[in-house]
Every structure is written in structure tokens, then in C-alpha cells.
Design a protein around this ligand. Structure first.
Ligand code: GTB
Length: 213
């Protein structure tokens, strides 16, 4: 049985590749593992068959033989640990790549998610502008720190790793915003990620779903 992941039957992002199956697809493409995709409607995600795989009724999930996983971070980490290509061999470099993966998900992504929630759900509030500005300041601070660390390097720690895959995926949520444009080295870093053949294959695959449905 091939690896099977789940994804939106009809992604609300209309094929922009922002749903989290994209990170899993990208990781699988980087390590050269074929996979199948089971597409789910919002209704199907909340049905018992899917809840048995994912307690929160979300995508993505990952099935490989007897193993079922949920949480894109855990899935991508599992793929990186079990296949060549996303983690360095040297033990210390490997630990640093894992650190960057966590930094992407637990330091960079939360304020970026806050911004999305604010823009989506709080626009009508009297305090909307102040809140958005405060959230954007928090993001700007983190981007500045990341930009300083990256400097003029291509990737965060030597060769491309799972840390870069997650960091680029998180920063892509800001693509097109003035925030990312304030940091040209980060914009170029994101563009380098998008230029990887594995990213392009993953992106095309999720876009094909949007066009087909
Ligand atoms: N922490 C989990 C993970 O990383 O796997 C989060 C999973 C998650 O948020 N899944 C979302 C989902 O299933 C899809 S990706 N939502 C349906 C539900 O909860 O009922 C999040 C997402 C959705 C839409 C966009 N978009 O339109 O731009 C971007 C990201």
C-alpha cells in the first residue's frame, strides 16, 4: 500500500498551496516517496471514519501500513527521519535542523496565524486597527531576528533541511504582504524554497485538485 495523505477536496485557498497538506506533499517530494491523496469534504472530515484517524477532524493525515499520523509537523518530521534528504547525517547538524523546524512552528508561525485570525474574524471590531498593528509589530520583530540570522546564506544552517521546509512554508503565509517585502533576504529565501523542483511538483499536484473540482 502506498503512503496515503488527506487533503481538502476543495481548498478554501483556491489552490494557493497554503493548506497544510502542502507541507507534507513537499516533504514527500523532497525524499522521493510516491503517495496517494484521499480528498475530503468538510463534512467527511467530521465523520467517524476520519475522526478515527484525526481526533480534531482536520487535514492532513498520513497513513503508511499500520501507522497513522496527524499534525503536519509530526508527519513532516516522521518523513524526514525515515527517508534520506531532509536531515543531515551529522548528529549536531541534525539536531540544529530539528531546532529550526520547531522554531518555524512554535516561534514564527503563532503571530502569523494571529494576524490571519485578526484579519478574518476581527475586522468589524472597534479595536481592529490597534490589534492588527500590534500583531504585525510582533511578526516584524521575529522577521527581523530571522533576517539577521539568515544574513546572505541560502538556507538556515548549511544545506536545505526540514527546518527550511517548515520555515519557508510558514513565511509563505505572508507572501504578498508588505511585511515580508521589508526583509529582502527573507523574500529571496522564500523564493528559493518555491524554486525547488520538489516544491514545484507538490504545488502543481495540489493546484490540479483545485482545477479538477
Ligand atoms: N496543527 C495542524 C497541522 O499542522 O496539521 C493544523 C491542521 C489544520 O489547521 N487543518 C486545516 C483543517 O483541516 C486545514 S490547513 N481545517 C478544517 C477544519 O478545521 O474543520 C489550515 C488552512 C486552511 C485554509 C487556508 N487557506 O484558505 O488559506 C490555509 C490554511
Amino acid at each position: 500500500m502506498p503512503i496515503t495523505i488527506t487533503a481538502f477536496e476543495r481548498s478554501p485557498d483556491r489552490g494557493k498551496g497554503l493548506a497544510r497538506d502542502m507541507r507534507v506533499r513537499w516533504a514527500l517530494e523532497e525524499v522521493g516517496q510516491p503517495y496517494e491523496v484521499r480528498l475530503l469534504s468538510f463534512e467527511a472530515m467530521k465523520e467517524p471514519a476520519h475522526l478515527a484517524l484525526h481526533p480534531f477532524g482536520q487535514i492532513p493525515t498520513y497513513e503508511d501500513g499500520e501507522l497513522t499520523l496527524f499534525e503536519s509537523g509530526a508527519i513532516v518530521f516522521h518523513i524526514a527521519e525515515h527517508h534520506e534528504g531532509l536531515l543531515p547525517d551529522d548528529a549536531n547538524a541534525r539536531a540544529r535542523a530539528i531546532t529550526w523546524m520547531f522554531a518555524a512552528l512554535s516561534t514564527m508561525e503563532p503571530p502569523i496565524l494571529d494576524r490571519e485570525v485578526t484579519r478574518l474574524l476581527e475586522r468589524g471590531e472597534s479595536w481592529y486597527k490597534q490589534r492588527l498593528s500590534a500583531v504585525e509589530d510582533r511578526i516584524r520583530k521575529r522577521l527581523g531576528e530571522l533576517s539577521n540570522r539568515l544574513g546572505d546564506a541560502d538556507w538556515l544552517d548549511g544545506e536545505f533541511s526540514v527546518g527550511d521546509l517548515q520555515m519557508v512554508s510558514v513565511l509563505l503565509r505572508l507572501k504578498g504582504s508588505a511585511l515580508l517585502d521589508e526583509f529582502p533576504n527573507l523574500s529571496a529565501y522564500v523564493a528559493r524554497g518555491e524554486a525547488r523542483p520538489a516544491y514545484k511538483r507538490a504545488f502543481a499536484a495540489q493546484l490540479a485538485v483545485f482545477h479538477a473540482t
